[in-house]
Design a protein. Structure first.
Length: 174
Protein backbone atom coordinates (compact mmCIF):
# COMPACT_ATOMS: atom_id res chain seq x y z
CA UNK A 1 0.00 0.00 0.00
CA UNK A 2 2.84 2.38 -0.75
CA UNK A 3 3.46 4.80 -3.53
CA UNK A 4 4.02 3.12 -6.86
CA UNK A 5 7.07 4.46 -8.63
CA UNK A 6 7.13 4.03 -12.38
CA UNK A 7 9.85 1.85 -13.88
CA UNK A 8 12.93 3.61 -15.23
CA UNK A 9 15.13 2.41 -17.99
CA UNK A 10 18.81 1.86 -17.14
CA UNK A 11 21.11 0.86 -20.02
CA UNK A 12 23.38 -1.05 -17.60
CA UNK A 13 20.93 -3.33 -15.84
CA UNK A 14 17.74 -3.42 -17.89
CA UNK A 15 14.61 -2.36 -16.02
CA UNK A 16 14.80 -0.70 -12.62
CA UNK A 17 11.92 -1.03 -10.17
CA UNK A 18 10.95 1.40 -7.44
CA UNK A 19 12.78 -0.71 -4.84
CA UNK A 20 16.11 -0.29 -6.61
CA UNK A 21 15.79 3.42 -7.46
CA UNK A 22 17.12 4.53 -4.08
CA UNK A 23 20.17 2.29 -4.37
CA UNK A 24 20.86 3.37 -7.95
CA UNK A 25 20.47 7.03 -6.95
CA UNK A 26 23.00 6.60 -4.10
CA UNK A 27 25.47 4.91 -6.47
CA UNK A 28 25.15 7.76 -8.98
CA UNK A 29 25.68 10.38 -6.26
CA UNK A 30 28.82 8.54 -5.07
CA UNK A 31 30.07 8.39 -8.65
CA UNK A 32 29.42 12.13 -9.04
CA UNK A 33 31.32 12.89 -5.80
CA UNK A 34 34.21 10.77 -7.04
CA UNK A 35 34.34 12.70 -10.32
CA UNK A 36 34.22 16.00 -8.39
CA UNK A 37 37.19 14.75 -6.40
CA UNK A 38 39.15 13.92 -9.54
CA UNK A 39 38.33 17.30 -11.07
CA UNK A 40 39.43 19.03 -7.88
CA UNK A 41 42.71 17.10 -7.77
CA UNK A 42 43.43 17.92 -11.42
CA UNK A 43 42.69 21.63 -10.93
CA UNK A 44 44.84 21.73 -7.79
CA UNK A 45 47.73 20.01 -9.58
CA UNK A 46 47.45 22.52 -12.43
CA UNK A 47 47.45 25.37 -9.87
CA UNK A 48 50.62 24.00 -8.25
CA UNK A 49 52.27 23.82 -11.67
CA UNK A 50 51.32 27.46 -12.30
CA UNK A 51 49.05 26.58 -15.22
CA UNK A 52 45.83 27.77 -13.59
CA UNK A 53 45.03 31.00 -11.74
CA UNK A 54 41.50 31.22 -10.42
CA UNK A 55 41.07 33.97 -7.85
CA UNK A 56 37.76 32.56 -6.62
CA UNK A 57 39.51 29.29 -5.67
CA UNK A 58 42.63 30.91 -4.16
CA UNK A 59 41.28 30.58 -0.58
CA UNK A 60 40.76 26.84 -1.08
CA UNK A 61 44.19 26.42 -2.65
CA UNK A 62 45.81 28.12 0.36
CA UNK A 63 43.87 25.87 2.76
CA UNK A 64 45.01 22.84 0.77
CA UNK A 65 48.67 23.92 0.96
CA UNK A 66 48.41 24.46 4.73
CA UNK A 67 46.77 21.05 5.10
CA UNK A 68 49.50 19.37 3.04
CA UNK A 69 52.16 20.97 5.27
CA UNK A 70 50.37 19.75 8.43
CA UNK A 71 50.14 16.23 6.96
CA UNK A 72 53.86 16.24 6.08
CA UNK A 73 54.74 17.46 9.59
CA UNK A 74 52.59 14.78 11.24
CA UNK A 75 54.07 12.05 9.04
CA UNK A 76 57.59 13.21 9.95
CA UNK A 77 56.63 13.23 13.65
CA UNK A 78 55.17 9.72 13.36
CA UNK A 79 58.32 8.44 11.66
CA UNK A 80 60.50 10.06 14.33
CA UNK A 81 58.43 8.45 17.10
CA UNK A 82 58.68 5.13 15.29
CA UNK A 83 62.48 5.41 15.24
CA UNK A 84 62.59 6.13 18.99
CA UNK A 85 60.97 4.49 21.96
CA UNK A 86 60.61 0.75 22.29
CA UNK A 87 63.07 -0.09 19.53
CA UNK A 88 66.03 1.68 21.18
CA UNK A 89 67.63 0.61 24.47
CA UNK A 90 68.57 3.14 27.15
CA UNK A 91 72.20 2.60 26.12
CA UNK A 92 71.32 3.76 22.57
CA UNK A 93 71.52 0.33 20.89
CA UNK A 94 68.81 -0.31 18.26
CA UNK A 95 66.55 -3.26 19.17
CA UNK A 96 64.47 -5.63 17.08
CA UNK A 97 61.14 -7.14 18.24
CA UNK A 98 62.90 -10.49 18.68
CA UNK A 99 65.48 -9.11 21.15
CA UNK A 100 64.93 -10.28 24.72
CA UNK A 101 68.20 -8.70 25.85
CA UNK A 102 70.00 -5.65 24.51
CA UNK A 103 72.87 -6.73 22.24
CA UNK A 104 74.82 -3.65 23.39
CA UNK A 105 74.59 -3.79 27.19
CA UNK A 106 72.81 -7.08 27.97
CA UNK A 107 69.93 -5.38 29.80
CA UNK A 108 66.60 -7.32 29.62
CA UNK A 109 64.20 -5.74 27.12
CA UNK A 110 60.69 -4.96 28.36
CA UNK A 111 58.61 -5.68 25.28
CA UNK A 112 55.29 -6.09 27.07
CA UNK A 113 55.63 -9.88 27.12
CA UNK A 114 56.12 -12.43 29.90
CA UNK A 115 56.95 -16.11 29.85
CA UNK A 116 54.24 -18.38 31.23
CA UNK A 117 55.11 -21.40 33.39
CA UNK A 118 54.51 -23.50 30.25
CA UNK A 119 57.46 -21.69 28.63
CA UNK A 120 55.52 -19.72 26.00
CA UNK A 121 55.93 -15.99 25.49
CA UNK A 122 52.62 -14.10 25.95
CA UNK A 123 51.41 -10.52 26.43
CA UNK A 124 51.54 -9.18 30.00
CA UNK A 125 47.98 -7.85 29.93
CA UNK A 126 46.29 -11.21 29.19
CA UNK A 127 44.28 -12.91 31.92
CA UNK A 128 44.94 -16.45 30.73
CA UNK A 129 47.76 -18.09 28.79
CA UNK A 130 46.58 -18.83 25.26
CA UNK A 131 48.76 -21.96 25.13
CA UNK A 132 48.10 -23.77 28.43
CA UNK A 133 45.13 -21.86 29.91
CA UNK A 134 46.99 -20.92 33.10
CA UNK A 135 45.40 -18.05 35.04
CA UNK A 136 48.04 -15.34 34.79
CA UNK A 137 46.37 -13.29 37.52
CA UNK A 138 47.15 -16.11 39.94
CA UNK A 139 50.67 -16.31 38.56
CA UNK A 140 51.17 -12.58 39.18
CA UNK A 141 49.66 -12.89 42.68
CA UNK A 142 52.20 -15.50 43.77
CA UNK A 143 54.64 -13.20 45.49
CA UNK A 144 55.78 -15.86 47.89
CA UNK A 145 59.10 -17.27 46.70
CA UNK A 146 59.99 -20.91 47.20
CA UNK A 147 62.40 -21.55 50.02
CA UNK A 148 65.04 -22.77 47.59
CA UNK A 149 65.82 -21.20 44.26
CA UNK A 150 68.70 -20.63 41.92
CA UNK A 151 69.61 -17.47 40.10
CA UNK A 152 69.80 -17.48 36.30
CA UNK A 153 72.56 -15.55 34.57
CA UNK A 154 69.88 -13.01 33.55
CA UNK A 155 69.24 -12.32 37.24
CA UNK A 156 65.86 -14.06 37.50
CA UNK A 157 65.11 -16.35 40.45
CA UNK A 158 64.36 -19.89 39.31
CA UNK A 159 62.64 -22.35 41.69
CA UNK A 160 64.63 -25.48 42.53
CA UNK A 161 63.67 -28.30 40.19
CA UNK A 162 62.61 -26.03 37.33
CA UNK A 163 64.68 -26.81 34.22
CA UNK A 164 64.44 -23.45 32.45
CA UNK A 165 64.32 -19.75 33.28
CA UNK A 166 60.87 -18.31 32.75
CA UNK A 167 62.28 -14.83 32.08
CA UNK A 168 64.90 -15.48 29.43
CA UNK A 169 64.18 -19.08 28.39
CA UNK A 170 67.69 -20.37 29.13
CA UNK A 171 68.10 -23.98 30.22
CA UNK A 172 69.19 -24.17 33.85
CA UNK A 173 72.14 -26.50 34.30
CA UNK A 174 72.51 -28.46 37.52
Amino acid sequence: MGVTIPKFSNPFSGTVTGNNVKKLLEEKKKERAKIYGFIGMEVYDLYRQGKVNMEELEVHFEKMQALEKEIADLEAERQEAKNKGANVCSCGQKLTPENRFCPGCGKPVDNGMITCTCGNLIKKDLKFCSFCGKNLQELAGQEEEPAEYRECICGAKVPEGQFMCMECGRKIED
